[in-house]
Design a protein around this ligand. Structure first.
Ligand code: C2E
Ligand code: MG
Ligand code: MG
Length: 388
C-alpha cells in the first residue's frame, strides 16, 4: 500500500514539483492550497507526511500547526518556505513544543535537492520477521556466522595474540538485509526453532574450523548454545555425528552457555555437559555477573571458562565499583582454575585495567568487530598485536 502525503501550499510550482518528488519516493500525493480546503476536507489530513508552507494566505504556519495539533494528527511535518531560518526555527520549536512530529525545515529553493534527506529516515521500518520466515531461513541456509576475534591479555610475549573467535549468528534476509540475533533469537525461542538453529550454527562453525585448519590456522571457535540444546533428546549422539562428519577438533571448540537458568534440571545438564567435556569441548559461562548466569551454575556445572559481562567491562575505566566487581570476578575465576574472558572491550583504558586485573582473554569492538569469514581472514593476515 502506498503511503499518503499532503502538500499544503498555494504556490502551484511547489505543488507540482513536490508531487513529482514525493511520487518518486512512493507516496500517493494530495495537495491543498488554503486553510479553508483543509477545514472542508479533513480527510486530506489522513496521511503520513505533510509538507507545510510557512505562510498560507492570512494564516501563519502557527495557526495551521495549532489546527493540526487540535486534530491529534500523527503525520510527520516538514516545513517549507522562503522565510528566514529564524522564522522557520520559531515555527519548528512551536510544533515540537506541542508534540507534533516535526521533521525540520526546507527552503523552497532546495526542494529538489534537499527533500530526500528528510524522507530517508521516514522510510518505514520493515515488518518484524515471522516464525515461518525464520524456519524457512534456517532451511534455506540464510543464516551465517560472523566471527569476533579473541586475543590473549596475559602479560608477556603472548599478549595480543589471537587465540580464537566467537561465532555469532546473523540472518541474511533477502528483503530486510542482515538481521542480528536480538531480532530473531527470541522468535526462535518462542517457536521451537532454537534447536534447528543451534544445530545449523554448530555445523557452520565446525565447517569453518575445518577450513581454517586446512589453511594452517589453529583457532579456538566459541559457539553460543541455548538451554534447549542441553535438554534436547539424543543431543550427544547427534553431536557425535556432526563431529565425525566435519572432522571437528573438539579440544578447540568452546560451547558458551548463557541461560542455564532456564535449565530445569541442573543434575541432567551437568551429565550432558560433562559428557561434552569428556569429548574435549570447553565450556564457558557467558554474561557472568548478569541475572542469567549465577554462582550456583558455576559451582554445579563443569565450566572451564568465565565470560565477564560487557555491562561491567564497559564501565571499568569510569566507575570504581565496576572495576572492583570485574577484579573480583577475575580473581574468582582464576581461583577456580578457569580461563577468564572479558567481552565488550572498547577502549585502551579498559584493556589496560583488564590486563592489570589479570584477565586472561579479551574481545570487543576496540580489538575487532564481529567479521564475516572473508573480512576475518583479511583482518588476521594484517593483524599485529597491540593494545586497542
Ligand atoms: P554474547 O554471546 O554475549 O555475544 C556478544 C555480543 O556482544 C555480540 O552481539 C557482539 O557483537 C557484541 N559485542 C562484542 N563486542 C562488543 C563491544 O565492544 N561493544 C558492544 N556494544 N557490543 C559488543 P550479537 O552478535 O548481537 O549477539 C548478541 C547475543 O545473541 C549474544 O551475546 C548471544 O547471547 C546471542 N547469540 C549470538 N549468536 C548466537 C548463536 O549462534 N546461538 C545462540 N543461541 N545465541 C546467539
Ligand atoms: Mg557468547
Ligand atoms: Mg556475552
Amino acid at each position: 500500500m502506498l503511503s499518503g502525503a499532503l502538500i499544503i501550499d498555494d504556490d502551484c510550482s511547489v505543488q507540482l514539483l513536490g508531487r513529482m518528488l514525493l511520487r518518486q519516493h512512493g507516496y500517493q500525493v494530495e495537495t491543498a492550497s488554503s486553510f479553508g480546503e483543509l477545514v472542508r476536507q479533513p480527510d486530506l489530513l489522513n496521511v503520513e507526511l505533510i509538507l507545510l508552507d510557512l505562510g498560507l494566505g492570512e494564516f501563519t504556519s502557527l495557526d495551521i500547526l495549532e489546527y493540526l495539533y487540535d486534530l491529534r494528527l500523527n503525520a510527520s511535518i516538514l516545513l517549507i518556505s522562503n522565510y528566514t531560518e529564524e522564522t522557520a526555527a520559531h515555527a519548528l520549536a512551536a510544533g515540537e513544543a506541542k508534540g507534533l512530529k516535526m521533521l525540520g525545515f526546507l527552503s523552497k529553493s532546495k526542494l529538489l535537492t534537499g527533500l530526500t534527506t528528510f524522507l530517508g529516515p521516514l522510510k518505514k521500518a520493515p515488518k518484524a520477521p515471522t516464525s515461518v520466515e525464520l524456519a524457512k531461513a534456517i532451511r534455506e541456509q540464510q543464516l551465517f556466522l560472523a566471527f569476533q576475534p579473541q586475543i590473549s591479555l596475559q602479560q608477556g610475549t603472548q599478549q595480543g595474540q589471537v587465540i580464537g573467535v566467537e561465532a555469532l549468528v546473523r540472518w541474511q534476509d533477502p528483503q530486510r538485509g542482515v538481521l542480528y540475533p536480538d531480532s530473531f533469537i527470541p522468535l526462535a525461542e518462542q517457536n521451537d526453532l532454537m534447536l534447528p538453529l543451534t544445530w545449523y550454527v554448530i555445523e557452520l562453525a565446525m565447517k569453518q574450523q575445518a577450513q581454517w585448519l586446512s589453511q594452517g590456522w589453529d583457532l579456538d571457535v566459541s559457539i553460543n548454545i541455548p538451554a534447549a540444546f542441553i535438554q534436547a533428546e539424543g543431543v550427544l549422539d547427534a553431536f557425535d555425528q556432526l563431529t565425525q562428519a566435519h572432522h571437528a577438533v573438539l579440544s578447540k571448540i568452546t560451547l558458551e552457555l548463557t541461560e542455564t537458568a532456564g535449565v530445569e534440571c541442573l543434575g541432567y545438564a551437568s551429565y550432558v555437559l560433562k559428557a561434552l567435556r569428556q569429548r574435549g569441548c570447553k565450556l564457558a559461562l557467558d554474561d557472568f555477573g548478569t541475572g542469567h548466569s549465577s554462582l550456583t551454575q558455576l559451582y554445579r556445572l563443569p565450566f572451564s571458562e568465565l565470560k565477564i559481562d560487557r555491562s561491567f567491562v564497559s564501565l571499568i575505566d569510569q566507575d570504581k565499583e565496576a572495576l572492583v566487581i570485574t577484579e573480583s570476578i577475575v580473581d574468582l575465576g582464576k581461583r577456580l582454575g578457569l580461563t577468564v574472558v572479558a567481552e565488550g572491550i572498547e577502549t585502551s583504558a579498559q584493556f589496560t585495567r583488564l590486563v592489570e586485573a589479570g584477565c586472561t582473554v579479551g574481545q570487543g569492538y576496540g580489538i575487532a568487530h564481529p567479521l564475516t569469514t572473508d573480512a576475518f581472514n583479511t583482518w588476521l593476515r594484517e593483524y599485529s598485536p597491540s593494545a586497542p
